[in-house]
Design a protein around this ligand. Structure first.
Ligand code: SF4
Length: 317
C-alpha cells in the first residue's frame, strides 16, 4: 500500500520530530489500560521495517510510554528473527521499555524475501514475551494458508499462486478479498491483471470526504506527513502540528484535497484539463486505483501540490 522498497532514500524520523508527534497524539488518544487489541486500535510503530533501526525503535517505545500512549505495538516482517536468542533479547528490551505487543506481518509478499521460519520464530518469541493476546498475526488467513502449504524458506509469488491453485483455489479468492488485500497502492500496478477492471466512469461518483476525515487508523510517516486512512501519497499537513489539523484543514491552497472531498469526478476533470491525463484503456480495479493513477500522473508533471507527499511514494510504485 505504501510502496515500500529498499530503493527508497535512507531517511528516518528524528527523535525530536517523533517526540513532537507522539506528544501531540497523546492528547487525542483514548485513555485506558490498553486491554483492547487490534489492528485499528492503539499506537503501532512500523516502517518500512522498524527493526532496521532498533535503537530508534526502542527510543520510540520509550517516548510513547513517557506520554502515556496505550496499546503500543510494533509491526515487523521478521527479517531479523534469525535465531530465538536474538528474538527474545530484542523483544524483552522493547517490553521493558513499555511495549505491549507485536504485530507480525504474514502474507505472500513478505515470504518472497523473508524465510517462513523467521516468521514462525517471531510469532513464538512474541507469544513467549507478550502472551498470545498481545501477539497479532496479520493476516491470519495468509498465516493459515502458508502453514497448511508447509512452506520452508522463501517462496516467489508465482510459486505461491501455483501451489494455491493446486490445493486451495477458493482460498485465493477468499484472501484476495478487498477487506484483506486493499486494492490500492502498488497492488493495482503489480497484480491488477488478477482483478476485474472497470472504466473510470464507474468510480467518478465517489467522494472521499469520509476517508479523508475519519478519526481512526491514520498514519504519520518519517517526514511527519499526516496521512489519512490508507491514502498513501496524500498529506493533510504536518503531524507535528496536530492541533491545527484537528481544527480543520484549509483547502484553498490544496486543490487536490478539495477535489477529492467533492468527488473523484473533480480530480479526474482537473487532471484531464490541466495535465492531459488519459483514462487507462485496460480500466481500473478500484476507485483508489483511479485516484492514485491520476495523482501519479499529476506528480510526474508538476510539483505544485503540497498535499501530494511524499513524492518518492509515486516514484516507487
Ligand atoms: S480514492 Fe483516493 S482519497 Fe479516496 S480512499 Fe482511495 S486513495 Fe483515498
Amino acid at each position: 500500500m505504501y510502496a515500500c522498497s529498499p530503493r527508497w532514500s535512507n531517511h528516518w524520523i528524528s527523535i525530536d520530530d517523533l517526540s513532537k508527534v507522539l506528544r501531540g497524539l497523546a492528547k487525542f488518544f483514548p485513555r485506558g489500560d490498553g486491554s483492547i487489541r487490534g489492528v485499528n486500535y492503539g499506537l503501532h510503530l512500523t516502517g518500512g521495517e522498524p527493526f532496521l533501526n532498533f535503537d530508534l525503535l526502542l527510543r520510540g517505545v520509550e517516548i510513547a510510554e513517557h506520554y502515556g500512549l496505550c496499546a503500543k505495538f510494533v509491526e515487523t516482517n521478521c527479517f531479523w528473527c534469525r535465531d530465538m536468542e536474538t528474538v527474545r533479547e530484542r523483544l524483552r528490551r522493547l517490553k521493558d521499555a513499555g511495549l505491549d505487543g507485536m504485530l507480525i506481518s504474514v502474507n505472500p509478499f513478505v515470504i518472497e524475501h523473508v524465510p517462513f521460519e523467521n516468521i514462525e520464530r517471531g510469532i513464538r518469541g512474541s507469544i513467549e514475551i507478550f502472551g498470545v493476546r498481545n501477539t497479532l498475526v496479520y493476516h491470519p488467513a495468509f498465516y493459515e494458508q502458508l502453514t497448511r502449504l508447509n512452506i520452508r524458506g522463501k517462496l516467489s509469488f508465482e510459486d505461491y499462486l501455483a501451489k494455491m491453485l493446486r490445493t486451495d483455489p477458493e482460498g485465493i479468492t477468499a484472501s484476495f478479498s478487498p477487506y484483506i488485500l486493499l486494492p490500492m497502492g502498488r497492488l493495482p500496478y503489480r497484480l491488477g491483471h488478477l482483478y476485474r477492471r472497470y472504466p473510470a466512469r464507474r468510480f467518478l461518483g465517489y467522494s472521499c470526504l469520509e476517508e479523508l476525515t475519519r478519526p481512526w487508523h491514520i498514519h504519520v510517516d518519517c517526514y511527519c506527513n499526516y496521512i489519512p486512512g490508507y491514502c498513501a501519497g496524500i498529506s493533510l499537513g504536518d503531524a507535528r502540528k496536530l492541533d491545527e489539523i484537528v481544527q480543520g484543514v484549509e483547502l484553498d491552497d490544496k486543490p487536490i484535497l478539495e477535489a477529492l472531498a467533492k468527488g473523484l469526478h473533480e480530480l479526474y476533470r482537473l487532471a484531464v484539463e490541466e495535465y492531459g491525463y488519459r483514462e487507462l484503456k485496460e480500466g481500473y480495479i478500484s476507485k483508489c486505483h483511479l485516484c492514485l493513477d491520476i495523482r501519479r500522473h499529476i506528480v510526474m508533471n508538476t510539483d505544485e501540490y503540497k498535499e501530494l507527499q511524499p513524492r518518492e511514494f509515486y516514484y516507487r510504485l
